[in-house]
Design a protein around this ligand. Sequence first.
Ligand code: FE2
Ligand code: FE2
Length: 282
Amino acid sequence: MPITPQELIANLGDLPPLPQVAAQVLRIAADPDSSTDDLQRVIATDQALTAQILKIANSAMFGMMREVRTLTQAIMTLGFNTIKSVVIASSAKNLYSRGTAGLQERLMWEHALYAALAARAYARQLRHPRAEEAFLGALMHDIGKSVLGLKYPERYSQLIRSVYNGQGDGLELEFELFGFDHAMVGEALLVSWNLAHALEQAVRWHHDPSQAEPDHQALVALVAMGNQLALDRGIGIGKPETLDRTTATARVLLGLDTAALAEHQEAVLQMIELDKSLLTEF
Ligand SMILES: [Fe+2]
Ligand SMILES: [Fe+2]
């Protein structure tokens, strides 16, 4: 019997909480009656988050003619959905930077962010309507690694070192060592954070998109593609070949043959170039 996220949470004990401001922002963004003012008031209580949002509003991604100076302006420029993504991203970043026991944190975060940009670019290129979910799903896809790093600092840093040195496949080693893997832990975390079900699916099945619920398979496939591209570019820990099977499945789920995929990939790489300022903004 596979272990449920709830059982996993029970086994793992306390999971890192979603930061309070983030939880409030998500609540406000989901409420159709809420206003820019409501959002502004909550975000303003968190200086780091405010600075991050202003930076992003002024990044090359938006190519604004005039500088965005206030939070209210930023919210109006970016819109509720992007603000929501930025807030989830900043929560994810904090966690990626805390996990993995002092090892390769920056690389973990850059891997997640690159995968997110790539998944979103694939979505746009393939005219898939769920580009923002692809971005968030890919951003969170390996968050379970950070949780494992926090929970089992010694054992997990040893494991990361083995993977880094090419001594095995991370997913298999995790399963041997703990009886569950980072995809399962990631799902458990998202369940406890009460994020969208689609994101839970993306994180849970990013190594095996065909196992996802039918409604979410294409979304998960986009996340898998993002993950692959990040590793292909050397941004992350692990050998790109370990994802070959996953990528083949994802490609089929997206209805692409290898030639079509190669063509789309060219376009995707160009789109990522444009978004790349995000990699340094955060
Ligand atoms: Fe993964
Ligand atoms: Fe990954």
